[in-house]
Write a protein that binds this ligand. Structure first.
Ligand SMILES: NC(=O)c1ccc[n+]([C@@H]2O[C@H](COP(=O)([O-])OP(=O)(O)OC[C@H]3O[C@@H](n4cnc5c(N)ncnc54)[C@H](O)[C@@H]3O)[C@@H](O)[C@H]2O)c1
Length: 245
């Protein structure tokens, strides 16, 4: 079958990537979807069991840092879109091993950008797009303006929470090696847009939770620990507030 376009999804065997891959494979049968994933500890092809036999789906085990290989995949498959989710994504691990985070999140993103540019620039980027999935953690932390028990925080059950929001113009202020690496990758994506005219989109969403999430992340970890009657580890004094999608 001739497909309308071919899109690469990186990190498609991970938590969010598997949902994005499933959505695209099912919703766009006229698009060919290539899932590129290195299958680190966080990647699991069982997350995609229900779509693995679909004719418009293909899996390629590859490292996004392998520029020559990614370049060959993009050109030999006439790829016109990249949805980039592959990353080292666990903050606690980044504190122990920041180099791996810089390698995958920064150099991996740069390698993908350059490989896409090599193929797209001669065509004038016509119909091409690079969509980079980032995190709100690049903005740092918001002020806790309504501490626990604040009577004016009724709509939030008495707090604690803050009045402020991150917006597209909030200053970057990453605090962990994870968010520093993601911030750096965002800057490279913007640089490819501004310098080479690559059509790019960067999104900076907050925490996600749901099916297929690796159980090291807070909500599945807490659920697991509660089920097995284990202690619930809390950062600092337990005053930090997070929100989830
Ligand atoms: N989970 C969240 O709450 C959240 C929130 C905001 C943004 N994000 C971003 O969304 C994206 C996906 O997050 P997630 O929670 O699904 O992550 P995840 O850790 O569940 O999945 C990451 C996937 O990337 C793959 N991968 C890692 N290194 C690779 C490499 N070098 N080459 C190819 N594949 C590689 C892994 O095998 C895995 O399948 C990440 O970029 C993350 O920064 C996540």
């Amino acid at each position: 079958m001739a497909y309308d376009r071919t899109i690469i999804i990186t990190g498609g065997a991970g938590f969010i990537g598997s949902h994005v891959t499933r959505l695209f494979v099912n919703k766009y049968p006229n698009y060919r979807i290539i899932n590129i994933d290195k299958l680190t500890y966080a990647g699991n092809l069982a997350n995609l069991k229900d779509v693995e036999d679909k004719p418009n789906y293909e899996f390629i085990k590859a490292d996004i840092c392998d520029y020559e290989n990614i370049r060959a995949i993009i050109s030999s498959n006439d790829v016109s879109g990249v949805i980039h989710l592959a990353a080292e994504s666990h903050v606690d691990r980044s504190i122990v091993d920041p180099f791996t985070f810089a390698r995958t999140n920064v150099m991996g993103t740069l390698s993908l950008l350059q490989a896409a540019r090599d193929y797209w620039e001669p065509k004038g980027y016509d119909g091409c797009r690079f969509y980079h999935i980032s995190t709100d953690e690049v903005y740092g932390a918001l002020e806790l303006t309504k501490p626990e028990g604040d009577p004016s925080a009724k709509e939030c059950g008495g707090g604690p929470f803050g009045d402020d929001f991150f917006t597209e113009t909030t200053r970057y202020q990453p605090h962990s090696p994870y968010s520093a690496a993601k911030a750096s990758s965002d800057h490279f994506v913007r640089a490819y847009h501004d310098t080479y005219g690559m059509p790019t989109v960067v999104t900076n969403c907050s925490n996600n939770y749901g099916p297929y999430q690796f159980p090291e992340k807070l909500i599945p970890l807490f659920i697991n620990n509660i089920r097995h009657r284990k202690p619930l580890p809390v950062y600092g004094k337990g005053e930090n507030v997070r929100d989830w999608l």
